[in-house]
Design a protein around this ligand. Structure first.
Ligand SMILES: Cc1cc2nc3c(=O)[nH]c(=O)nc-3n(C[C@H](O)[C@H](O)[C@H](O)COP(=O)(O)OP(=O)(O)OC[C@H]3O[C@@H](n4cnc5c(N)ncnc54)[C@H](O)[C@@H]3O)c2cc1C
Length: 856
């Protein structure tokens, strides 16, 4: 065993071996994988070996597609078979809602390069004769599904990595990790200490324990999972003989089961409601190549439905039941990337579908470690996406909820109840008393909308407009015509201070920093000129700046800030989290209202649009921004939580004479739509350049050499390929939700119809060749099934909904730049729930296009 290496990968499951292979392939060959026991001895050896590309997050779906395509490559390099069976598979819908869900998934596939097809139950039966098609209303066929040998695949990765120079040490547990002053690591093992620049946690079932070695509680939990194998079935043998094909994989949402052929029988697994965590607090180190006792009673309800849906299987005898543990994060997606607050400590864990995702995880993480960037939009699996609130018990509740809902529909207006309320502000009880329907915003209870007095404050979940439609409309109209107040505690807030603060921010941000007492809006981009943040910044004093940003990106942004912090201590960053809370008042009467609560002049000239001031509001010390996301006259008022009730009550009392209303997040998002304002993580993401994102006026290329300036200058000089635009859609009773395809009657291939996915950092195609140039920036190949006569899919929706004040259904999205200013009617259609609706680009915001109202 070497005593010094560039990187140590802890764990020899499929994920650790994939990370090792990808690191070696990217040129880091001085690396070592350390495994406690034998390869695969965590959850990898007893996996059912199924793989598929579909994922709720399109970016994760892309990495799954990469994984599936990688298997041929590692087989060739290693000489080890993965026993790949690319059978294809169907998802069966038993209700019209589930069919809507499949239509949405199919529509997303149109620009993701996925070749799915909607089919009838009889067509599904022809591929899988064991089913009783009368139980279903439709299905979706996905050709990129199948199964493989889990052990063979893990070994193939490991052999391929070894061929490239990596070392693998077996039967050697890592017992401790200690960081050196220079940021490198001492990896203490049973066989001695290895010094490494980087450490990667691929500990699978023990990832949590490895996190604890460095003081981190990772939000990951193992769950028991069962699948059964039937005795050989004559129907299966007969099908194989008569068609020359293997049976396809089937996913039955209603039964919460998946099946596929295994030898001459069937493998059937369940995601049962009565799910069970395994080792919820500590994973025993002596857990070996073991299975857990089967518990048929737990999966009986799923089996009952399964046997009804697939009568052939019921008749077959059960040969074996496998029950084994594997890990999940709160939302079922992996935890990948550098851990904020630590140097050179990386994670690739909570990978619940190692054989669908392992390759993509390995590629993204190796890119990140070797080139400083994952090279893909990996937000959906970034370890930074959960906050401190995701502790052991929270994780337990959320993982159980996620597991039991694995095959349930998640409606766009559906808030999930487990582990709530976690964080609350001092106004929580007041909001409930006001009949608020609350939502979870990065672990914080936040008012979404207010139900009419006397009615139950509850969403009726739906893909269509629902019971919040009327009340949100009321909130918007009252705010736009009088005044409204909403809680904005869920925004991210930071203070950057010290003698180097201004220079630091100027280096990170694309816009100039404001003068004292003023505010700017500014994107933040990375070296590759892609959007990684969007902030409101106020200069509060000589060396002091207040920053507001996206709530969910707090750890993601702190990681970036810390990475670029000067080493000389001249800059300090403080993340307030919930130690600073806020209220926003907006509408034409908001100034009159605020003036009643303050003892300074806040007239138009004395307190201008985009001014920042510290002032007492209702007697409480506050920070006040003259800006709101409603795009109306309005203010954001920030205070310590101890003052929040005082300020809120003062606002409500003073607002009574103006007819003040409470409004929630959904009204706020509706109002931003009619102003064409973008949102972070929807319109603005690291796959888009700032000019593509139509953020031109916030990019000051001449100001200094900020990070990403060169790439942004290039984008501007060449002209962006895509542009973010706003549409007015002739919708019926459902608005866009995001990810819908945008069709245009152009009769011409724009070539950029596939959503960009990778950027900047080197990417590899499936044959292992590096993809360079514009192809790397744009994504891969052309997409099938996107042409219909003169109509083509030219873009995708990022978000939208109903803009209540202007009474229009609106959508934002990306289209080729050449089309971005064409407001003609009849040019575009947007596909909502499978129905293509006429849409028209709206270059100017439909509400107050000149911005006069917010400036008055
Ligand atoms: C019953 C069942 C069916 C499944 N079916 C499928 C399926 O069909 N498709 C699919 O994609 N996935 C399936 N899975 C999930 C799949 O098994 C996991 O996604 C995958 O195994 C995760 O791999 P991993 O490398 O992250 O973790 P693991 O396989 O748990 O590997 C972690 C490794 O780290 C080692 N380790 C931990 N701590 C240390 C330490 N301190 N020092 C040294 N070594 C250490 C462990 O010994 C272990 O070998 C299934 C799982 C189960 C249980």
């Amino acid at each position: 065993m070497k005593s010094h290496v560039k990187a140590v990968v802890i764990g020899g499951g499929v994920v650790g071996c994939s990370v090792l292979y990808h690191l070696a392939k990217a040129g880091w060959t001085d690396i070592m994988l350390i495994e406690r026991s034998e390869l695969t001895s965590g959850s990898s050896w007893h996996a059912a070996g199924g793989f598929h590309t579909l994922n709720g997050d399109p970016n994760v779906a892309k990495l799954q597609a990469y994984t599936v395509q990688l298997y041929k490559e590692i087989e060739e390099i290693s000489g080890q078979s993965c026993s790949l069976h690319l059978t294809g598979g169907v998802m069966l819908a038993d209700t019209p809602e589930r069919m809507d869900f499949l239509r949405l998934a199919h529509a997303k596939g149109r620009y993701l390069g996925m070749d799915t097809e909607l089919i009838t139950p009889s067509e599904a039966k022809a591929m899988f004769p064991l089913m009783d098609e009368t139980n279903f209303v439709g299905a979706m066929w996905d050709p990129v599904e199948g199964h493989l040998d889990p052990s063979g695949t893990t070994i193939a990765y490991s052999k391929a990595a070894k061929k490239l120079g990596a070392e693998i040490v077996l039967r050697n547990r890592v017992v401790d990790l200690t960081q050196q002053p220079d940021g490198t690591w001492n990896v203490v093992t049973e066989q001695g200490t290895v010094h490494a620049e980087h450490v990667v946690n691929c500990g699978g079932l023990w990832a949590r324990e490895i996190g604890r070695m460095v003081g981190v509680e990772l939000p990951v939990l193992a769950m028991e999972h069962m699948y059964l194998l039937t005795e050989p079935m004559p129907e299966v043998e007969e099908f194989n003989k008569s068609t020359g094909r293997e049976m396809i994989g089937v996913l039955d949402f209603k039964g919460e089961i998946y099946t596929r052929q295994e030898r001459n029988g069937i493998l059937l697994g369940t995601y049962e409601k009565a799910c069970k965590p395994w080792s919820p607090v500590n994973t025993p180190w002596d857990f070996g190549h073991e299975l857990l006792p089967p518990d048929l009673d737990r999966i009986a309800p799923s089996l009952e439905i399964g046997f009804k849906h697939f009568p052939g299987i019921e008749k077959a005898g059960i040969k074996q039941i496998i029950n084994g543990p594997f890990t999940f994060a709160l939302d079922g997606n992996p935890l990948v990337g550098p851990v904020q607050g630590l140097t050179n400590f990386w994670c690739a864990c909570a990978v619940m579908a190692g054989f669908s995702q392992g390759g993509g995880v390995g590629l993204a993480l190796s890119n990140w470690m070797v080139h400083g960037d994952p090279g893909f939009d990996v937000w959906g699996m970034d370890v930074a996406r959960f906050g401190e609130w995701a502790g052991l018990r929270y994780t337990n509740a959320k993982v159980r909820e996620n597991y039991s809902r694995r095959f349930s529909i998640r409606f766009p207006n559906e808030e999930l109840p487990a582990a709530r309320p976690a964080q609350t502000t001092p106004l929580y009880d007041t909001m409930l008393a006001n009949n608020a329907v609350m939502g979870d915003s990065w672990g914080l209870e936040t008012p979404l909308w207010f139900a009419p007095k006397g009615s139950e404050p509850k969403d009726v979940v739906s893909f269509h407009r629902s019971n919040d439609f009327g009340p949100i409309g009321e909130e918007v109209r009252a705010t736009r015509e009088r005044v409204g107040v909403t809680e904005i505690a869920n925004f991210a807030k930071y203070e950057v201070s010290g003698p180097g603060a201004e220079e630091f921010l100027n280096r990170l941000m694309t816009n100039r920093m404001p003068k004292t007492g003023r505010i700017v809006l500014t994107p933040m981009i990375n070296e590759f000129g892609k959007l990684i943040g969007d902030f409101t910044i106020a200069k509060a004093g000589e060396d002091r700046f207040m920053i507001w940003g996206s709530s969910a990106a707090q750890k993601y942004h702190m990681r970036w800030f810390e990475k670029h912090l000067p080493k000389d201590g001249s800059v300090r960053i403080h993340r307030f989290d919930q130690t600073l809370v806020g209220l926003s008042i907006a509408g034409p009467k908001s100034r009159d209202l605020l003036q009643k609560l303050v003892d300074v002049d806040i007239s138009t000239k004395a307190f201008r649009f985009m001014d920042f001031r510290e002032m007492a509001v209702g007697g409480a010390p506050c920070l006040v921004n003259r800006i709101t996301y409603t795009g109306d006259l309005g203010y954001e008022i920030w205070m310590a939580p101890a003052y929040e009730r005082l300020v809120y009550n003062a606002i409500k009392d003073a607002g009574e004479e103006f007819g003040i209303v409470d409004f929630g997040m959904r009204a706020l998002l509706s109002m931003r739509l009619e102003k064409n304002f973008p949102t972070w993580f929807r319109e603005l993401r690291p796959i888009y350049g700032p000019f593509e994102g139509s953020m031109d006026r916030f990019i000051k290329l001449e100001k200094n050499d900020f990070i990403g300036r060169e790439a942004a200058a290039k984008e501007q000089a060449q002209g962006p390929k895509l542009r973010r635009v706003s549409f007015i859609v002739e919708a019926a009773d459902a608005d866009v939700m995001g990810d819908e395809p945008i069709w245009a009657k152009v009769g011409k291939d724009y070539g950029t119809v596939e959503k960009p996915h990778g950027y900047g950092a080197p990417r590899f195609d499936t044959s292992g060749k590096e993809i360079r140039g514009s192809k790397a920036a744009e994504g891969a190949s052309a997409v099938r099934g996107i042409v219909d006569g003169d109509w083509r899919v030219v873009g995708w929706v990022t978000s939208g909904g109903y803009a209540h004040y202007v009474q229009k259904s609106m959508a934002q999205g990306y289209v080729p730049a050449a089309l971005a200013e064409d407001e003609s009617a009849g040019l575009f259609e947007i596909e909502i729930l499978g129905s293509r609706r006429p849409a028209r680009i709206n270059v100017e915001a439909p509400f107050d296009p000149s911005g006069e109202k917010m400036r008055t």
